[in-house]
Design a protein around this ligand. Structure first.
Ligand SMILES: [Zn+2]
Length: 332
């Protein structure tokens, strides 16, 4: 048998959280198509940062499949006992959830270097990680397809009509309400979803005034204000599959990124504060805006930490005040 060894590096976040299941992970890998597992010498298990290990595998794809398999089992099922897809009815019954978070992503071309599911992955993984730190927060399945009509010139784009997406979001929210939960957080991952989310959530709030609904509409804009100025080198990290989004992808799912194909166009003919309703192929001929070649995992780490802090602090503040955000000032 030809033994062409390929080295893959997997970086695990929140090492301390994974430690309790680590034995299972390693034995699971060794039981699969992997012939060796070893740790880098700078392995830091108690660091809240990252846990590094490298694996030599005979077949990289088998390895990735295997990783995704136990990632699902361990990460989602073992630790994240707060994700609806992975709970049994019994587990759900015995846990106390008083609020939900769900991601809305997209399935569309993200240039030659990022996966089609990037927007779903980023928003859903952030939702999962927030739920690890917030009591009573149930993670619902993400909506995997968004409104992507303006990206349709780059294959392969799946898109819901905006009215379909509005209806799906409303149905999700009404399902949650009918299950007795009245605190709802929508975590958006994609620009085309902003308007449908706005319409759906506004109308749901008007219809159900007692329900609390919050959204993070554009993490890619918010994060530029949360991390140190000067972190981004091109276009303040903006763009589709650009510096910011690619940095997040490197941080959250590096295994799926092909940096050797990263390239992008920084639009230089747009006007600040005015929103031109472009089709994406009017801005770029390569399916990418911004400069993904400036992306790094370190920037992604800063971005992730800033966004998790924003979100976790939000939930803690709201919980502390029983989700009462009415103004304390009344004028006579
Ligand atoms: Zn995207």
């Amino acid at each position: 048998m030809s033994m062409e060894l390929e080295k893959c590096k997997i970086v695990w976040q929140n090492a301390a959280l994974y430690f309790s299941v680590f034995q299972e992970v390693i034995s699971s890998i060794i039981a699969g198509p992997i012939n060796a597992v070893y740790f880098r010498k700078n392995f830091k298990i108690l660091n809240i940062g990252k846990l590094h290990f490298e694996v030599e595998s005979l077949v990289r794809n088998c390895f990735i499949l295997h990783v995704l398999n136990w990632f699902g089992k361990v990460y989602l099922g073992g630790i994240l006992n707060n994700e609806l897809h992975y709970l049994t009815g019994n587990k759900y019954k015995n846990k106390k959830f008083d609020k939900v978070i769900f991601a809305i992503g997209s399935c569309e071309n993200h240039g030659e270097h990022l996966p089609f599911g990037t927007d779903t992955f980023v928003s859903h993984i952030l939702a999962q990680k927030v739920a690890m730190q917030v009591d009573g927060l149930l993670v619902l399945p993400p909506i995997n397809i968004g409104y992507s009509g303006h990206y349709a010139d780059f294959a392969f784009s799946l898109s819901l009509k905006s009215e379909t997406l509005i209806a799906v979001i409303k149905d999700m929210i009404e399902s949650v309400i009918s299950n007795g939960i009245s605190k709802i957080f929508v975590m958006n991952g994609h620009d085309g979803n902003i308007a449908p989310i706005e319409i759906a959530t506004r109308e749901m709030k008007v219809k159900y005034p007692e329900v609390k609904i919050a959204t993070l509409d554009a993490w890619w804009v918010a994060v530029g204000k949360l991390i140190p100025r000067g972190t981004f080198e091109a276009w303040n990290g903006l763009g589709h599959a650009g510096e910011g989004e690619t940095s997040m992808a490197l941080q959250l799912f590096e295994e799926l990124v092909q940096m050797e194909y990263a390239k992008g166009v920084v639009p230089d003919n747009l006007v600040d504060h005015i929103d031109i309703k472009w089709l994406f192929n009017e801005l770029t001929n390569c399916g990418v805006t911004g400069d993904p070649t400036k992306a790094t995992k370190e920037k992604g780490c800063l971005m992730e930490e800033a966004l998790l802090k924003l979100l976790v602090d939000f939930f803690k503040k709201m919980d502390a005040n029983n989700w009462n955000y009415s103004s304390t000032v009344t004028l006579s």
